[in-house]
Design a protein around this ligand. Structure first.
Ligand code: 5AD
Ligand code: SF4
Length: 449
């Protein structure tokens, strides 16, 4: 009989992608996905530990699953992802009804793991680093794709060891997928309606196809030629590796969206050094200037951390000054938190929570001012919008994005979903833009380049 699995996903876009991939990985062994946890034969939890103390969330979810297991002893429950990689067998000790723990590399071995467990091997922990992605049997499985915008992981792991970050410890070293596998996945997504793709990797600039010498710029060029694909995005690029060739792509590849996410983390050189970021603020700024020379209106977003160990008020002021100078379109900002075994968890000079909170509030207030000002620059302009869905907040409005990644809401009908429409922007707000469909009299199509 066909079996069902349910998956709960915490955290980042990469986990979102992995959880989608599980559908493909498990289909050849007879599992299909269900949204109803009570009817599942297999329950998976895909975890993330990059910033939060995620263990508590996992244990509380497991607590709620215990009665299901008691009612149905043949139900299998597994915890995967970064928390699983880190906690390993501790999870099995604390939740004795848990069947298995699978680390970040074992996602791809799920069919074998489940086969073993179903034959009664007892609870197990699979946390070796043995990536084996893209197996031929998955290529045949095309999960139903109704997504206008698709996420595609192109590489995994990270070699950078920023001192605040747990990723290299829980995801291992960098490993790229083959160019052929990536192109194949995107081509099949296009056939089922995808118009925009976001390439995911901890540091996409280091992408290197394992079966050839193609790098990231070659991959972008190949995608730019794909018929039926309208937009290409990527995240994340490490500033130290943002090459002149990649910067130049923004002026050359018409499908590459005019947006880059370029995490600064701090505006202070001494903090950047202790973070092991391997660039100074001046070097970072020079790259921003190069980007703006190529594409003056490019949207730039960033990640910022406040309260890194030893961060002085002066260091913090330098971060605010960097924001004023660069004028980001948006910023994800975080209070530093210890992530064992990342190196900074052992640094002295830890900042009090209340002080981190104060700095974060001040930083976010400044960024809100800048974001609003940046969003207002669109007022009166015509923008090409890829329509993604009906607006969640306003029932009679449609929602899409500009090339620069700003959300745009406007009056329209469902028939526009998946199409590119010119919208006249009437108002720039803090979290979105409001516009109306352009009539021929109001200017027609205006490409972003
Ligand atoms: N504390 C706070 N923020 C962190 N990030 C990563 N690790 C930590 C940490 N220990 C943030 C960084 C990174 C983003 C994905 O998460 O800003 O760019
Ligand atoms: Fe973490 Fe730095 Fe790697 Fe990004 S580049 S994943 S912040 S170690």
């Amino acid at each position: 009989m066909a079996k069902r699995f349910h998956i709960t996903t915490f955290g980042c876009q990469m986990n979102e992608y992995d959880s989608g991939k599980v559908e493909q990985i498990l289909a050849p062994v007879g599992y299909s996905k269900t949204e109803e946890i009570r009817e599942a034969d297999l329950i998976l939890i895909n975890t993330c530990s990059i910033r939060e103390k995620a263990e508590q969330k996992v244990y509380s979810l497991l607590g709620r699953l215990k009665p299901l297991k008691e009612r149905n002893p043949s139900l299998l429950i597994g915890v995967g992802g970064c928390v699983a990689q880190q906690e390993g067998s501790r999870l099995l000790e604390r939740a004795e009804f848990l069947d298995f723990v699978f680390g970040t590399h074992a996602l791809f071995d799920l069919p074998e793991i489940i086969g073993d467990l179903s034959s009664g091997s007892g609870s197990r922990c699979f946390t070796d680093f043995t990536y084996r992605f893209d197996r031929p049997e998955w290529e045949k499985v095309k999960p139903p794709n109704k997504k206008i915008t698709a996420l595609v992981t192109i590489m995994r792991g990270c070699n950078n060891f920023c001192t605040f970050c747990v990723v290299p410890h829980v995801r291992g070293r960098e490993m790229s997928r083959t160019l052929a596998a990536i192109l194949g996945e995107i081509e099949s997504a296009i056939q089922t309606g995808t118009r925009e793709v976001t390439l995911l990797g901890q540091n996409v600039n280091s992408y290197q196809s394992p079966d050839g010498d193609e790098g990231f710029v070659t991959l972008l060029g190949a995608l730019n030629r794909l018929e039926g694909l309208d937009r290409i995005r990527f995240t994340t690029s490490h500033p130290k590796d943002l090459s002149p060739e990649l910067i130049e792509c923004f002026g050359r590849l018409e499908k590459l969206c005019p947006h880059i996410h370029l995490p600064l983390q701090s505006g202070s050189d001494s903090v950047l050094k202790r973070m092991n970021r391997k660039y100074t603020f001046a070097q970072y700024l020079a790259k921003v200037q190069d980007l703006r020379r190529i594409l003056p209106d490019i949207s730039i977003t960033t990640d910022l951390i406040v309260g890194f160990p030893g961060e002085t008020e002066e260091d913090f002021q330098q971060t605010l000054e960097a924001m004023r100078q660069i004028r980001y379109d948006g910023a994800f900002s975080f209070k530093y938190s210890d992530r064992y075994p990342a190196k900074a968890s052992g640094f002295s000079g830890k900042i009090a929570e209340s002080e981190k909170a104060r700095r974060l509030t001040a930083l976010q207030a400044l960024q809100n001012e800048i974001t609003l000002e940046r969003n207002r620059r669109f007022e009166g302009r015509m923008e090409q919008i890829l329509v993604e869905s009906r607006s969640k907040k306003h029932r009679f409005q449609m929602s899409g994005r500009t090339g620069g990644n700003q959300v745009v809401n406007f009056q329209g009908s469902d028939s526009l979903i998946g199409t590119m429409v010119p919208i006249l922007i009437e108002e720039g707000l803090l979290h979105s833009l409001r516009g109306r469909p352009a009539t021929p009299a109001s200017g027609g199509n205006a490409p972003w380049h």
